[in-house]
Design a protein around this ligand. Structure first.
Ligand code: NA7
Length: 536
């Protein structure tokens, strides 16, 4: 990329990223009178939705919930068309919000932040981009997203492939036509599960390379009934208030009884009813599915039975039915016709659990001594989640301490908001916060509001810097681990623990203790004069 003339700026805060977190941070802080500069690598707002344009990309939180809640006016001014919004509709929503709030004037696009360096003397951050920008700011706010550092695995021979290859998280903006093509999809997480049925509908031949089968539930996506949409606008403010007081951060009421406390028939009826509703409702059938292995097995058996009923070839059904992790401990997928796709004669599932892809050749992929000839390869291989986007930036705090060095053994934060050694640097939905385990927009709003109040407090009381204390950070890291250990989550090799990235330290990154509990803790910290932080 050509480097433009170096522009030097001063502002109160730099926000890195213009996804939903960066957009709201810009709005909220600007409203509080701060001068803000946002940098965004893409050429528009939308963050992860800007990049993830793969066929079938769709939100797995219901659209009436997956929207900002800070302004009833904004919510009322937007009308969702489907139960689960597809990527283009979410981009239109992001554009609508950006226009309503006139956000773009403070965002510099196509500018990737390369470094953020703290100066001990001036107590300011110097933030630089690959376009030659250089900004001095009191605060540095990392709105870099949890799933924004896409990852193509090191597979021998990758560069020798003759045809085009794509990563789902960096999809071409003008789309890809797979008509008449032989296509390989590597990966069966959410992106694979969503894109495989759509690619299969186009391609002449589709080979799916599966390392780990994932549990997927039917989305039962459908156009929204206009009366329902209007009614949901009426109740939106009250609904959002109620949801923010729950630990799940979701509207769907959880059934507060244990799976093992009811009869087999009753359980089957309840599972069936929730499966039939579509979406994640199934996982709130009982209150012990995430912490009792036996209860979890009952739910997993139900889903495995469903897979075996849908997929006509029993050997393929067996390969698709996950047995190596409790249901829900790897991010669950929501699908439209995923399992049905394997009944199509031109779709082949290749199990690479025992025999990984040996190499990519000019004409395809070779596995177990067999060559699969393909014209295109789709890497649905996920992200360096939660820490990747932060660590790709050279971030240096007090005394030159680099974040990469500090996090060699895994991420350490206080509340997922602040990091000891990095004054005035805030992470939005950072490791150690509920982030990806709840509706991320609710998590974003809670974080940004907390940060805005914190900055107000600093200014009102004549402080110039805030920094997490090491002891508070240690206690928080221990608490996050302890909460995770009370659940079944650590039993899975998921991206929640970094297991998908070779060499990444195994640490359970999101906070599993519940949104409302977390919100209360953060509010308590603020009310106590920012306990656990040092104010200078
Ligand atoms: P995920 O959920 O991380 O899925 C990535 C998939 O790619 C998963 O099946 C991986 O298998 C597979 N993978 C990764 N590396 C390889 C290699 N080297 N060989 C074969 N297969 C591989 O990413 P997604 O993009 O699908 O979804 C990310 C989130 O976005 C999702 O959770 C939602 O929150 C939205 P593995 O399971 O690691 O064995």
């Amino acid at each position: 990329m050509e480097t433009q003339a170096r522009a030097v700026m001063r502002c109160d805060a730099v926000v890195v990223g213009a996804g939903f977190a960066g957009m709201y941070a810009l709005h909220r802080l600007r409203q509080r009178g701060l001068s803000i500069q946002v940098f965004e690598a893409g050429d528009d707002v939308g963050g992860t939705w800007y990049w993830n344009r793969y066929p079938g990309a769709r939100c797995d939180v219901e659209s009436v919930e997956y929207q900002y809640g800070f302004s009833d006016e904004i919510a009322r001014g937007w009308t969702w068309t489907e139960r689960y919004a597809a990527q283009p509709e979410i981009m239109r929503y992001a554009d609508y919000v950006a226009k309503r709030l006139d956000l773009r004037k403070n965002i510099k696009f196509e500018s990737r932040v390369t470094s953020a360096i703290f100066d001990d003397e001036s107590r300011r951050w110097t933030v630089e981009t690959d376009r030659g920008d250089r900004v001095f700011a009191q605060f540095c706010i990392m709105a870099t997203g949890c799933l924004s550092a896409s990852r193509v695995p090191e597979i021998a021979g990758r560069e020798t492939f003759r045809g085009p290859s794509y990563h789902t998280g960096a999809w071409p903006h003008d789309g890809v036509d797979f008509s008449g093509k032989r296509v390989a999809v590597i990966g069966t997480g959410s992106s694979g599960v969503q894109s495989i049925p759509v690619i299969a509908a186009q391609a002449e031949r589709l080979f799916v390379f599966q390392r780990t089968p994932n549990f997927s539930l039917p989305a039962l996506n459908a156009p929204m009934d206009p009366d329902f949409v209007e009614a949901s606008k009426e109740s939106f403010a009250a609904d959002r208030k109620r949801v923010r007081a729950t630990n799940s951060g979701a509207m769907m009421a959880a059934n507060d009884e244990p799976a093992l406390g009811v009869t087999l028939e009753e359980r089957q009826r309840n599972f069936e009813a929730r499966w039939g509703r579509g979406g994640f409702a199934f996982m709130t059938s009982y209150n012990d599915l995430f912490n009792n292995i036996e209860a979890n097995r009952l739910a997993a058996d139900f889903v495995r039975d469903k897979i075996r009923k849908i997929v006509t070839n029993p050997q393929i059904a067996d390969l698709l039915a996950p047995t190596n992790h409790p249901i829900g401990t790897k991010r669950l997928c929501l699908d439209t016709n995923y399992y049905e796709t394997y009944n199509l004669p031109h779709v082949t599932l290749i199990d690479i659990t025992q025999t990984p892809i040996e190499r990519i050749t000019p004409g395809g992929l070779s596995v177990g001594g067999r060559e699969y000839a393909v014209d295109s390869i789709v890497f649905a291989t996920g992200f360096d989640a939660m820490t990747g986007a932060l660590l790709r930036i050279d971030i240096r705090g007090r005394d030159g301490l680099s974040l990469r060095e500090k996090w060699t053994g895994g991420p350490r934060t206080y509340l997922g908001l602040g990091i000891a050694g990095f004054p005035n640097l805030f992470t939005i939905t950072g490791p150690g916060s509920p982030s990806v385990l709840v509706n991320v927009i609710i998590a974003i709003e809670q974080h940004v509001d907390w940060i805005a109040d914190c900055i107000d407090h600093l200014r009102a009381n004549g402080f110039s810097a805030i920094e997490a204390q090491v002891e508070a950070e240690d206690r928080w890291v221990e608490h996050v681990n302890q909460k995770a250990d009370e659940t079944l989550y650590p039993l899975a090799n998921s991206w929640y623990v970094g297991a998908n990235v070779p060499g990444k330290p195994r640490v359970f990154m999101p906070y599993v203790g519940g949104f409302a509990n977390y919100d209360r803790i953060c509010a308590g910290v603020a009310a106590g004069g920012y306990e656990g932080f040092s104010l200078a």
